[in-house]
Design a protein. Structure first.
Length: 154
């Protein structure tokens, strides 16, 4: 079973191309922040955009217009969350995690590492990626809000 009917293939090509173009336009209009790797909400929106595009492409029961409205809704929700985050520190703290200090002055902060579920192997990997050899080379090491690890060597 390679395909059900030729109309399905044509629909996928046409709707896929139009949905893709519309999504790119929506993302350009909404700005760089929509796909930024900044917090959990950004990740949710990015995954939801991909899932919605997939549904538009593969489910004939979803009309192109309905799919485009869904994409626009996700992007509008992302815009609203970032708009509110900029204007309200309280709201921002609800949708964004704060950076966590994991090591300072050559010593790992074990409690912080446990709380953030970061292993010594991950810490050492980040130290090596930044030119260090060991935790003793670290002035400070921070788990950023986007999940990356920032390292400043002594």
């Amino acid at each position: 079973m390679f395909y059900q009917n030729p109309q399905g293939l044509v629909r996928t090509l046409i709707v896929g191309a139009l949905a893709y173009v519309a999504l790119v336009l929506f993302l350009r209009i909404s700005g760089k922040r929509t796909l930024a790797k900044l917090n959990a909400f950004d990740l949710v929106v990015t995954v939801a955009l991909g899932s919605t595009l997939s549904a538009i492409l593969l489910q004939e029961s979803i009309a192109l217009a309905e799919g485009l409205v869904a994409l626009a809704l996700l992007i509008a929700a992302q815009y609203l969350v970032t708009f509110l985050s900029i204007r309200s520190q309280r709201f921002a703290s609800l949708v964004r995690s704060e950076p966590a200090l994991l090591a300072k002055d050559g010593r790992a902060l074990e409690d912080a590492m446990k709380r953030e579920r970061i292993t010594h192997h991950e810490v050492l990997s980040a130290v090596r990626a930044n030119g260090g050899n060991d935790i003793s080379d670290v002035e400070f090491l921070i788990l950023e809000s986007d999940g990356t690890i920032s390292v400043r060597l002594k």
